[in-house]
Design a protein around this ligand. Sequence first.
Ligand SMILES: NC(=O)C1=CN([C@@H]2O[C@H](COP(=O)(O)OP(=O)(O)OC[C@H]3O[C@@H](n4cnc5c(N)ncnc54)[C@H](OP(=O)(O)O)[C@@H]3O)[C@@H](O)[C@H]2O)C=CC1
Ligand SMILES: O=C(O)[C@@H]1CCC=N1
Length: 270
Amino acid sequence: MKITFLGGGNMANALIGGLVNKGFAAGDIAVVELNADNRSKLEAAYGVRTFAGAEAAAWDCDVIVLAVKPQSMKEAIAPIGPHLKDQLVVSIAAGLNLASLSRWLGGHRRLVRTMPNTPALIGAGVTGLYALPEVDAAGRAAAQRVLEAVGSAVWFADESQMDAVTAVSGSGPAYVFLFIEALQQAGKDLGFDDEQARRLAIETVLGAAQLAAQSPDPASVLRERVTSKGGTTAAALAVMETAGVKAGIIAGVKAAEARGVELGQQLGAD
Ligand SMILES: NC(=O)C1=CN([C@@H]2O[C@H](COP(=O)(O)OP(=O)(O)OC[C@H]3O[C@@H](n4cnc5c(N)ncnc54)[C@H](OP(=O)(O)O)[C@@H]3O)[C@@H](O)[C@H]2O)C=CC1
Ligand SMILES: O=C(O)[C@@H]1CCC=N1
């Protein structure tokens, strides 16, 4: 399967890195990327072919992954239309709905909307996928194969759910990194050096995530097991509750979903 990425930025890097690390042939991956620095980095890091512009040879592939910012998408995909035959087009863009993409691609309907996340770089991503009804089983399998090379894949039957996927797992790593930053900072405030604070914070998050993944019990029960009555965790959680940590996370995720819907409406109006 030959794959061409349109856009070679952060997320394309994570996906390409994950694919190559998984043993996917670098020679079967091409990237159309405007930025010369990004092109050099991609070639050096993964041995993939790159194109500075959207020339015909770039679209001689089975799958095209649209990986530019939603705001750049309409302009960026304009040159692809004339080269489209039966390639499967897989978008990873937040907000943009498939009706807009199909219109901008001259009515192409072999379209899949996906939302991966950056842990794809180490094969630990999770991706939500939605396909237009015109995409056959082989097309769905091809999209799944690309995204499953870098983690797990979850299909959704309704495109409107993709904005929630974006808010929860697409943006989700940023919330976890923010938590790690805060835990590390607290450790440093309490006297650890950088390395001590980093190890304690990251290994705590890793261990807790693995425990949550492997345990039959919900996260709330696992949290209660850490929280001894009148102990240290209870003292921490009381302060966090007053500070609105949990409510803030829930409100933030809902704001992300709303922003996805808004982006889709604004950009789709074009
Ligand atoms: N970052 C993330 O965690 C995730 C991002 N996404 C989605 O992935 C997409 C890309 O995001 P991200 O990787 O963060 O963005 P980046 O800005 O890092 O990457 C986009 C790249 O595309 C290049 N580009 C812009 N216009 C064109 C064009 N016409 N032809 C070729 N290349 C072009 C940009 O170059 P230049 O910088 O010079 O403009 C840039 O290098 C977005 O749609 C986003 O919604 C989805 C899941 C997670
Ligand atoms: O912030 C964004 O818009 C993109 C989509 C999900 C993660 N990053």
